[in-house]
Design a protein around this ligand. Structure first.
Ligand SMILES: CC(C)(COP(=O)(O)OP(=O)(O)OC[C@H]1O[C@@H](n2cnc3c(N)ncnc32)[C@H](O)[C@@H]1OP(=O)(O)O)[C@@H](O)C(=O)NCCC(=O)NCCS
Length: 322
């Protein structure tokens, strides 16, 4: 049997910087209440959203991803030309072919990097973060740009109160580099494909639908173990967690998970959903960017992340913030 030569990379990866792009247009609950049979009280109490951003026509998925990626590069101190891997986690590309990551990488000035789109529903960015960190460890990349970008309004019936009040647009990104001090922990990822219809664009339709109660039950009963295992694999416990940044799908789910984990008093809980809505793969990097920008989270903080959504998919990991 022929043994092939393999590459070996750094002991681990670390995040150097975050960047984000929020569409210009704020859409308040009051505006939605004028448009459909809903109200601020229902949305705030059931989902936790006060306002969200909807992208205009000129704010394409590529433009938003380039903007977030450019800011992450600026924060990292590295140049686009140094990226040898560019991943775009998205579930809302405007067309199936081609993938957008090569174009995003080119617009940023990267030089022929490995580039591909990754669709793992709202868990996409956490999946991509893990794929990039593993590539760095395997030696197939040294620096990676990991973007989560969504234009979900393109696939949302903006007059359907079941989804229009929830889904929104935006992009977030991080730059990773090889490191002797590993600061991206192993991902605990998985899927429950028997629930593939729970969040989907049904055959022959243009818009997304969600079995909200079924997903709520799944999220609140099946994902806490993932978080506990992610901490165990990274060699930390609840007391070490400074920041908890799960997917921003529902404030009640976020609060319930935080309580169950027994996080310390000082832990900062990401509640970006209040002003950003549910931005699928963009939600975790958007939330982390906001916490770092506001100073609520700081460099060196240990953050517990969780993505989950259409597929159904989930991925959790522990990272150290830049
Ligand atoms: C979607 C979600 C917010 C809906 O909340 P819910 O409490 O389950 O609400 P329900 O769908 O049971 O609806 C309750 C009632 O509110 C009504 N309602 C639904 N949407 C409404 C809206 N936007 N405004 C006002 N009323 C609304 C329903 O018609 C229903 O009325 P009824 O009791 O008279 O029949 C919630 O199920 C959820 O967050 N699920 C998980 C989503 C998630 O985690 N996704 C993961 C990745 S994307």
């Amino acid at each position: 049997m022929t043994a092939l030569q393999l590459t070996t990379g750094a002991p681990g990866a670390r995040i150097l910087g975050f960047g984000s792009y929020r569409p210009r247009r704020r859409v308040t609950n009051a505006e939605l209440a004028e448009r459909m049979d809903t109200n601020d009280e229902w949305i705030q109490s059931r989902v936790g959203i006060a306002e969200r951003r909807w992208a205009d026509d000129d704010e394409t998925l590529v433009e938003m991803s380039v903007a977030a990626g450019g800011k992450a590069l600026a924060a990292s101190g590295l140049d686009a030309a140094e990226m040898d891997l560019v991943l775009l986690a998205t579930t809302s590309p405007p067309t199936a072919i081609p993938g957008l990551a090569p174009r995003v990488a080119h617009q940023l000035g990267a030089l022929r990097p490995g580039a591909f789109d990754l669709n793992a529903g709202c868990a996409g960015w956490c999946y991509a973060l893990s794929a990039a960190a593993d590539a760095i460890r395997a030696g197939t990349a040294r620096n990676a740009l990991v973007i989560g970008g969504e234009k979900l309004t393109q696939y949302t019936d903006l007059d359907d109160r079941a989804t229009a009040v929830i889904f929104a647009d935006g992009a977030g990104a991080a730059v990773l580099t090889a490191s002797d001090t590993p600061q991206v922990g192993p991902a605990v990822w998985g899927s429950d494909g028997d629930l593939h219809t729970a969040i989907a664009i049904p055959d022959g339709e243009q818009h997304m639908s969600m079995a909200g109660q079924a997903v709520y039950r799944w999220a609140t009963t099946r994902l806490t173990d993932t978080l506990v295992e992610a901490m165990r694999r990274a060699g930390v416990g609840p007391d070490d967690i400074d920041v908890f940044a799960p997917h921003q799908a529902n404030l009640r789910i976020i609060e319930m998970m935080a309580k169950r984990l027994g996080l310390p008093e000082r832990a900062v809980i990401a509640r970006d959903i209040v002003r950003s809505g549910n931005t699928s793969s963009a939600s975790v990097p958007l939330a982390l960017s906001a916490l770092l920008e506001s100073g609520e989270a700081k460099s060196g903080d240990v953050a517990l992340l969780l993505g989950y959504g259409a597929g159904l998919t989930f991925a959790g990991q522990v990272v150290v913030l830049p």
